[in-house]
Ligand binder design. Sequence first.
Ligand code: ADP
Ligand code: MG
Length: 287
Amino acid sequence: SVPLGFFGGIGAASRVGVLVKGSNYLEALARMETIVFDKTGTLTKGEFTVTGIYPTAVTERELLEMAALAESYSEHPIANAVKKAYSKTLSMEKVTDTEEIPGHGIRTRIDGRLVLAGNAKLMKAEHIVYETNDDIGTVIYMAVDGTYIGSIVIADRVKPEAKEAVAALKASGVRRTVMLTGDKAEVGEAVAGELGIDIVYADLLPADKVAKVEELLGDLSGKEKLAFVGDGINDAPVLSRADIGIAMGNMGSDAAIEAADIVLMDDNPLKIASIIRIARHTLKIVT
Ligand code: ADP
Ligand code: MG
């Protein structure tokens, strides 16, 4: 049977806006040694803004319109930034056969022409000859019918509480802080450096994230536990694989909330240190 103190712990967590789906997760939290964060939407706001438009053969406006059309069916934070920057109503009837390729970008048809909008990995996979853009930020490369037409750069910002959250976790005795991202290494390392995250793995596809978490789980000894914090639809398999899956509930996808063991209702990463304190206090009462 579950000792009464655990119910008190779950209640205390809910009063600070954290849903804990079982008392076993409080016990696991008190023994967390490694915490793994997904980058976009978890440590960063996931609110990108366009910072550069670099067409080769078309105008800036045309490049932006093409990108906005390509992204019109996507809910990815990148897609929302492009649509916001274009800001006009989109003729979505022109857009057909849209495919969103996880960790790569969009492959679709606009007026029957094959349009690609995504990262360098997508350009390589589709054999597009493109010009590397070294701007700081996330780069969306664009191609039409096999020809490169330019790039758009967007930048995200770290959440205001993220740095303090990482420091608080380290102060509470968490030994390893890790960030996983599908973004390129330069962006991943810049964010990790700013926040004091120990280890970064970049250029990961959703399946690579599961493999990394399994590798990190293998490094644990005895009763040590690993938590993963994410928000996206692609994060669901990683949330399930971790000892403790923590989802950001406010912006998070339904799939992520469903797969998670713990849900932070207001997306504030500082809440993780708060529930560790609650978990340890609860354990002291119970045992
Ligand atoms: P993260 O791991 O930071 O949460 P994702 O796994 O969602 O990021 O995406 C990884 C990368 O794949 C992005 O940085 C981007 O380069 C590319 N990408 C994913 N979705 C899109 C999209 N809708 N449009 C353009 N690029 C995309
Ligand atoms: Mg993500």
